[in-house]
Design a binder for this molecule. Structure first.
Ligand code: ASC
Length: 218
């Protein structure tokens, strides 16, 4: 048990490292190469840039932090649980704004919505995560299922959450690839910056997942 606890907390450090690195690389990408980030802009590119920012830095990063809350928040179990729930809720709220931004962008440039594999994976993930949050809230917070039901559902809650994290990573990586292709960035320095951002997002997901996998659940 002690060995697991230790390796799991080292894993959260790896997750924080790659998560923060992905945020920094993405900010360099959007601010330095892509003209900045602004929801209420007449420039469609600046509106679009809200989308990757909020989907990774908001939604995925905060979901990962929520998943690790039981490892990384030095507080009583009930407080960790509240942090877990609230971080997911903030992530979902930012995700809604991030998705709204890309629909607004499509509207501005007259493009169709929901045509790409990225959009299919992404929206499916987002909807299923919303349902997972609701189910988790009703089961574990309010009104709360019986102890037997809660403990029978826990492996499903944890396993499905881990699958959703990898789905979100798949959405992020297909989104980055799509952007590289659409902008014709093959061979440019910007393309390498995007690739490194994607690798950091993948490693963030792997470290978060391992920290949950090697934890022990009540
Ligand atoms: C909860 C909670 C848990 C589980 C456990 C049953 O509400 O905080 O850790 O249910 O008590 O698996």
């Amino acid at each position: 048990v002690v060995v697991y606890r230790r390796s799991a907390s080292r894993l959260t450090i790896g997750a924080h490292l790659f998560g923060v690195l992905a945020i920094v690389l993405m900010l360099i990408w959007l601010l330095h190469y892509r003209g900045g980030i602004e929801y209420d802009s007449d420039n469609p590119a600046r509106v679009f840039n809200v989308h990757p920012l909020l989907m990774f830095c908001g939604f995925i990063f905060l979901a990962g932090q929520a998943m690790m809350a039981y490892k990384s928040v030095p507080a009583a179990k009930e407080a960790q649980k509240a942090v877990h729930m609230v971080l997911h809720l903030i992530g979902i709220a930012l995700g809604i704004v991030g998705i709204a931004a890309v629909f607004k962008f499509h509207d501005m440039i007259g493009a169709e919505d929901m045509f790409s594999l990225h959009s299919w994976i992404g929206l499916t993930t987002f909807i299923m995560l919303g349902l997972q949050w609701l189910l988790g809230f009703f089961t574990y917070m309010f009104p709360k299922a019986s102890l037997g039901t809660r403990s029978r559902m826990m492996p499903w809650h944890v396993s499905f959450g881990r699958a959703l994290l990898y789905m979100a990573v798949a959405a992020a990586l297909t989104g980055l690839m799509q952007r590289e292709t659409l902008l014709n960035l093959r061979g440019h320095a910007e393309s390498r910056l995007i690739n490194f951002t994607g690798l950091c997002i993948l490693l963030f997901g792997i470290f978060v997942d391992l920290s949950v996998a090697l934890a022990h659940h009540a």
